[in-house]
Write a protein that binds this ligand. Structure first.
Ligand SMILES: NC(=O)c1ccc[n+]([C@@H]2O[C@H](COP(=O)([O-])OP(=O)(O)OC[C@H]3O[C@@H](n4cnc5c(N)ncnc54)[C@H](OP(=O)(O)O)[C@@H]3O)[C@@H](O)[C@H]2O)c1
Length: 251
């Protein structure tokens, strides 16, 4: 199983949760030191993990990681495309910054899919879970346009592709989380119904096991978002400023 963005937050919690249940986890992210510590923890608890440092925006990095996994375990049957980054403020209209968010959040997931797909096709089975965001389901909400649109693209792409890949025995789940307390949201002041990473990991794992096409949690955050979409734009923008607080420096 390949997990991108495994060095912190939801990805790290998923690696722990899935390794505990016997999955062999390939841990992919840029911070190798964090991945090494996580792999040591998993192995100490009796699991099996492989440290795969790399940048998801670089196609060759992801391909190399998958080759390493296959050399080690002969197969890759599950992909969790989780690596992602946020976006704040003035950078929203900086084309280079927007391109980078897309190259991680959307194209990074496509890079990972491209790398695992030949192996899944060869086996005639596989499962891909794409971690989008609840904001992708709320098109009229004043969220970060760059982040929200990258996650909408991800949702449409993986949901669409899921219908085609099904015929080849490859199942796709798209996950739309609400707020989760992680490094990405550490600067945010107001996060209604926020979950801890291990709670999110449990819900994602359960959704994958149940073969859900869509996993949305917590549902009440989505309902709150739907109501917030009805508020005047002025009020929404004031809420967005309150939500964002002091933005964390982007990686
Ligand atoms: N937290 C929330 O409220 C929330 C809500 C909805 C959706 N999500 C989504 O959940 C996913 C995980 O986010 P999180 O909340 O767990 O945040 P996080 O703790 O900041 O984790 C982000 C992960 O992505 C990795 N990453 C970032 N850029 C990368 C790159 N270029 N190449 C490889 N890995 C990269 C980071 O590792 P390195 O820095 O080591 O590379 C890290 O492991 C993201 O896709 C996010 O959009 C989060």
């Amino acid at each position: 199983m390949l997990i991108t963005g495994a060095s912190s937050g939801i990805g790290e919690a998923l690696a722990v949760e899935l390794a505990r249940l016997g999955a062999r986890v390939g841990l992919f992210a840029r911070r190798a030191d964090r991945l090494k510590r996580l792999a040591a923890r998993i192995e100490h608890d009796g699991g099996s993990a492989l440290v795969l440092p790399g940048d998801v925006a670089i196609r060759q990095d992801v391909h190399r990681a998958v080759e390493q996994m296959v050399a080690h375990w002969r197969t890759v049957d599950v992909l969790i495309a989780n690596a992602g980054r946020g976006m704040h403020g003035a950078a929203e209209t900086d084309a280079e910054a927007v391109r980078h968010v897309y190259s991680v959040n959307f194209l990074g997931a496509v890079n990972a899919l491209e790398a695992v797909l030949p192996w899944m096709r060869r086996q005639g089975r596989g499962h891909v879970a794409a971690i989008s965001s609840g904001t992708a389901l709320l098109p009229r909400l004043a969220a970060s346009p760059t982040y929200a649109s990258s996650k909408m693209a991800m949702g449409r792409y993986f949901e669409g592709l899921g219908r085609e890949l099904r015929a080849e025995g490859i199942f796709v789940t798209v996950v739309y989380p609400g707020f989760v307390r992680t490094e990405m949201t550490s600067g945010h002041k107001w996060m209604p119904f926020a979950l801890e990473p291990d709670e999110a990991a449990f819900l994602i794992r359960r959704g994958i096991e149940r073969g859900r096409r869509r996993v949305i949690f917590p549902r009440r955050t989505l309902w709150l978002g739907r109501i917030a979409q009805l508020a005047p734009l002025k009020v929404q923008l004031a809420g967005r400023r309150r939500y964002s607080g002091t933005p964390r420096k982007s990686p």
